[in-house]
Design a protein around this ligand. Structure first.
Ligand code: AMP
Ligand code: MG
Length: 404
């Protein structure tokens, strides 16, 4: 039985079925890119840890100092080499950016607002007491919450963790995803094509996207349209992986055996999702692994993966609040559409005068991978609506990693 679902219904069904992995491990922060935090992180220190100079210049006590005053240079504070001596009235200390502001001073003046004559420094600017000092704790207070568990770690996060002195971090275990392609017409790149054959491209896009998601990909390659081979692929992948993704063979009336074999596991639903590209999509359990069956057409495979499987994979990885940015832009070209299914047309945000508009990437055939390769966003059109004319406002979803 094939069930018809809207995109929202399909996502809701999968979200209510699938939970997050619970296992975790402690790893070095430099290995944590794209991993998901398994612990909340709060700061064990003030950042900055001490008052420091925002400028190369001179530090002094502002009392009795004004524009035109000359101060005697009595010491130097360098980054990493604090000045611990005295700074009597009428004196100043040379200070460099990042150096701790000596406790005996309260103000820093930038070098360009002074004039040096031997060891006499003349002030050439109006003074503001406390100026040019980055205050202890002004960015982060000790004990302040920085991240909640479930946050996906970016390069900047690694830097921020480093700035807090964290050397290692608790993250969720990597999601293991088994991946294969089915279809007797498919040939591995590098081999010669015979008539009626085409190269397997889905596995290559999907593998790269999964790698960008920080998943451990178990690549089972190309599985022939053979009952035993397909059953064996499902058995071995369900033993090794948390999730299984295959493309091809999930549409109704397909000549291959994928559907027959999946039926024997009893819990896989074959859906028609009202989206374009896409439509056929299968979801359920194969032994203990969650299974996502994607349509074979290359654009359909990538877009159903991106729109339907990805949010669930993010949840399995431990990300609770996965969401995408949606923009509203005017169409730079017309977008043809028939009412019925939600469209994810491939498009390009480009400059238009001193603004931006969104332009179609051209022919939108579900086998045309170039429509995705040339795009940097989707134009998302509601199921019920028809064509869009140039100049109309549309919803635009920029491609994000791992798609881009
Ligand atoms: P299917 O969903 O198996 O009916 O396949 C639909 C279309 O996608 C057919 O034209 C297939 O040849 C093509 N196709 C299926 N799998 C792949 C793949 N891995 N790479 C490229 N094209 C594919
Ligand atoms: Mg097929």
């Amino acid at each position: 039985m094939t069930t018809m679902k809207s995109v929202a219904e399909a996502l809701e069904h999968m979200h209510s079925a699938v939970g997050s992995l619970t296992g975790g491990e402690t790893i070095a922060i430099e290995d944590s890119l794209d991993r998901v935090l398994a612990e909340p992180v709060s700061s064990t220190m003030d950042v900055p840890a001490y008052d420091n100079s925002a400028m190369d210049g001179y530090a002094f006590k502002a009392e009795d100092v004004s524009s035109g005053t000359s101060l005697k240079l009595v010491g130097t504070a360098l980054a990493g080499h604090p000045y611990t001596g005295d700074c009597p009235p009428g004196c100043c200390i040379r200070i460099m950016t990042g150096a701790q502001v000596p406790a005996v001073t309260d103000t820093v003046i930038a070098q360009e607002d002074t004039e040096a004559n031997g060891d006499m420094i003349t002030i050439h600017a109006e003074l503001k007491v406390g100026s040019n000092i980055r205050r202890q704790g002004e960015e982060i207070r000790q004990g302040e919450a920085i991240y909640t568990a479930g946050h996906c770690i970016t390069p900047v996060d690694i830097g921020l963790l480093a700035s807090l002195g964290r050397a290692d971090i608790n993250v969720r275990q990597r999601l293991r995803v088994a991946l294969f392609s089915t279809g007797d017409e498919l040939v591995q790149p590098g081999q010669t094509l015979s008539t009626g054959q085409l190269y397997d491209s889905n596995r290559y896009v999907l593998k790269a996207m999964l790698q960008r998601l920080g998943c451990e990909v178990i690549d089972l390659g190309l599985i022939a349209d053979d009952k035993d081979a397909i059953r064996e692929a499902f058995e071995s992948s369900s033993q090794q992986a948390d999730a299984i993704i295959c493309s091809g063979g999930v549409s109704v009336g397909d000549a291959d055996y994928t559907k027959q074999i999946l039926d024997s596991y009893g819990s896989v639903g074959f859906w028609k999702v009202a989206m374009k590209p896409g439509k056929p999509f299968a979801f359920g359990k194969v032994n203990d692994a969650w299974f996502f069956g994607l349509p074979g057409n290359p654009v359909s495979a990538v877009v159903t993966f991106d729109q339907l499987a990805l949010p669930i994979i993010q949840k399995m990885r431990g990300i609770q609040d996965y969401d995408r940015i949606a923009l509203r832009l005017q169409a730079g070209t017309a977008f043809k559409k028939r009412p019925g299914r939600a469209d994810f047309q491939r498009a390009l945000i480009q400059p238009y005068g001193d603004q931006s508009r969104v332009f179609s990437t051209g022919p939108q055939g579900s086998a045309m991978l170039t429509s995705l390769a040339e795009g940097n966003c989707y134009v998302q059109l509601d199921a019920e609506q028809g064509s869009v004319q140039e100049g109309e406002w549309v919803t635009v979803i920029p491609f994000t990693s791992p798609l881009r």
